[in-house]
Design a protein around this ligand. Structure first.
Ligand code: PEP
Ligand code: MN
Length: 346
């Protein structure tokens, strides 16, 4: 934090500011210029409270925060990339990880067909919502525990790990029994009670960016989970709300690159919710590989025309397999880049 005093601030007033800062547990370093005094503040403490308190003092002109308020998830805290293990599968390492499956778990036949096909095509995790956050209360809300049991059955049959959404802190224990990776949906990115509970759940978390959330807010939400004891956080760019209507959301692909500079946490892209249209999913998936994302989460369904949710953006299973094939050369280049980056980091 840097504090700039007003030009006419007296010695006593400057000392009062020093005292206030020190009361918050910080150290002060002052620089006396020709016109005014500038105070540098260092240390660990409640930055927001200190900033607000100092700003309210009459002879203070401006107080600005310098270091990011998220600590544990920042690149400064950990200069190298983090690898998050999802039951033995490393995300953020030297493999590009694809998670795929239907938007919602609907039936045994649907989830088993989807699981077998996406596993054959090279996905490592099966997605499928058992608890669904729907805009309308009249829409399908998910099979809940029955859906979780079907996911467990698909896991046993295919070896795919399971990623599924948790909407409430009350459901964390139940979902942790079945899921390998707990998904926080866009609508819950700032459900702080949920984030705190996930800090104690002992399983990795896939945190999706909120519909209208900034990257800063996404990182602050990730900080909640880590600060409450869980370092296993993977971020997901799934498109944000803009004035554009040609796509369901606007994928902030540059944001993925920005996250790579700001945080050590892995970042994946959801091209399905980002576009809302299956025809656009392969192109955006290539963009995700090219920008250096750590993986993808893609909706694929045995019969998207009959899907109870998000059919228009779900790939047919053969389209998913074709997309995985076509991503092959891009992923080879991605791997080369990873090796070069890892070597440069040592
Ligand atoms: C989903 O993954 O099906 C979902 C509801 O995603 P989001 O939270 O990103 O809208
Ligand atoms: Mn969906």
């Amino acid at each position: 934090m840097i504090i700039s005093m007003k030009p006419r601030a007296t010695k006593t007033e400057i000392e009062q500011v020093f005292q206030r800062i020190e009361d918050f547990g910080y150290k002060v370093h002052s620089i006396e210029g020709e016109e005014r005094v500038v105070i540098g503040v260092v240390g660990v403490g409640d930055v927001t409270a200190c900033l607000e308190s100092v700003e309210a003092m009459p002879q203070v002109e401006k107080a600005v925060r310098i270091s990011a308020p998220y600590k544990f998830v920042s690149r400064e805290f950990r200069p190298g990339k983090s690898q998050i293990l999802v039951d033995g599968i490393e995300i953020g390492g030297d493999e590009f990880i694809v998670m795929a499956g239907p938007c919602s778990v609907e039936s045994e036949m649907q989830i088993m067909q989807a699981a077998e096909a996406v596993a054959r095509a090279g996905a490592r995790l099966l997605r499928g919502g058992a608890f669904k956050p729907r805009t309308s209360p009249y829409d399908f809300q998910g099979l809940e525990e029955e859906g979780l049991k079907l996911l467990a059955q698909a896991r046993r049959a295919t070896g795919l790990r399971i990623v599924t959404e948790v909407m409430s802190d009350r459901d964390v224990d139940l979902i942790s029994e079945y899921a390998d990776l707990l998904q926080v949906g866009a609508r819950n990115m700032q459900n702080f009670a949920l984030l705190k509970t996930l800090g104690r759940c002992g399983k990795p978390v896939l945190l999706k960016r909120g519909l209208s959330s900034t990257i800063h807010e996404l990182l602050m939400s990730a900080e909640y989970i880590v600060a409450h004891g869980n370092p296993g956080v993977i971020l997901c760019e799934r498109g944000i709300r803009t004035f554009e209507t040609a796509t369901r959301n606007t994928c902030d692909i540059a944001g993925v690159a920005a996250l790579g500079e700001l945080t050590h946490l892995p970042v994946i892209v959801d091209p399905s919710h980002a576009t809302g249209r299956r025809s656009l999913v392969p192109a955006l998936s290539r963009a995700a590989v090219a920008v250096g994302a750590d993986g993808l989460i893609v909706e694929a369904h045995p019969c998207p025309e009959k899907a109870v949710s998000d059919g228009a953006q779900s790939l047919h299973l053969d389209e998913f397999a074709a997309m995985m094939q076509s991503l092959g050369p891009w992923i080879s280049l991605w791997k080369e880049l990873r090796v070069t980056e890892a070597a440069a980091a040592v």
